[in-house]
Design a protein around this ligand. Structure first.
Ligand SMILES: [Fe+2]
Ligand SMILES: [Fe+2]
Length: 174
């Protein structure tokens, strides 16, 4: 059970992987993560790979800037931020407006499946700001917002370069 939201800076020598294993073992071993493993987020990156990368970036940002954070909430909220549990590339009426609706859906799923508190819920709900109008209301949410955009941009560029490489190889092969 999460004891509270005391905030402290992450230790300078603490690796993000240590924090993920310390705080998120129950999440990583859950059936929901198997769903995330099969769903693509950006390019050729699965939702699970994306979420772990965002989680690690949150730890790196907080550690580098010496921001006092609720370490457990930061790790759990960021790992669960895209816990919407479907492949948004599959055409389906329920996937319409995915960008706007998935934070709410992810939050409802996360509350149903895991022990998370108000900080984690707020992080998940507001991570798409400024696409969704309400900004994060806690520092962990701001860190998540930034980390998500950095990682998503990198994955999208990587996806484009893979496609471009494939097209070039296709032309050379033709
Ligand atoms: Fe998202
Ligand atoms: Fe994301």
């Amino acid at each position: 059970m999460h004891a509270g939201n005391t905030r402290h800076p992450i230790g300078r020598t603490t690796a993000p992987s240590e924090l993920i294993h310390a705080h998120c073992a129950d999440i990583l071993s859950s059936p929901g993560m198997q769903v995330e493993r099969k769903c693509i987020q950006h390019g050729d990156t699965s939702v699970l790979e994306h979420s772990v990368a965002v989680c690690a970036h949150c730890a790196i940002i907080a550690r580098t800037l010496r921001i006092p954070v609720d370490e457990r909430a930061l790790m759990r909220g960021s790992l669960l931020h895209d816990y919407f549990l479907y492949d948004w590339h599959v055409p389906d009426p329920s996937h319409r407006l995915h960008g706007f609706t998935h934070p709410g859906r992810a939050c409802r799923n996360a509350v149903r499946d895991f022990d998370i508190g108000p900080i984690e819920q707020s992080m998940v709900r507001h991570h798409m700001f400024p696409l969704t109008p309400v900004p994060p209301n806690c520092r962990e949410g701001v860190i998540l917002c930034i980390a998500d955009k950095i990682v998503a941009t990198r994955e999208t560029i990587h996806g484009f370069s893979l496609k471009l490489g494939g097209a070039r190889r296709g032309r050379r092969g033709a």
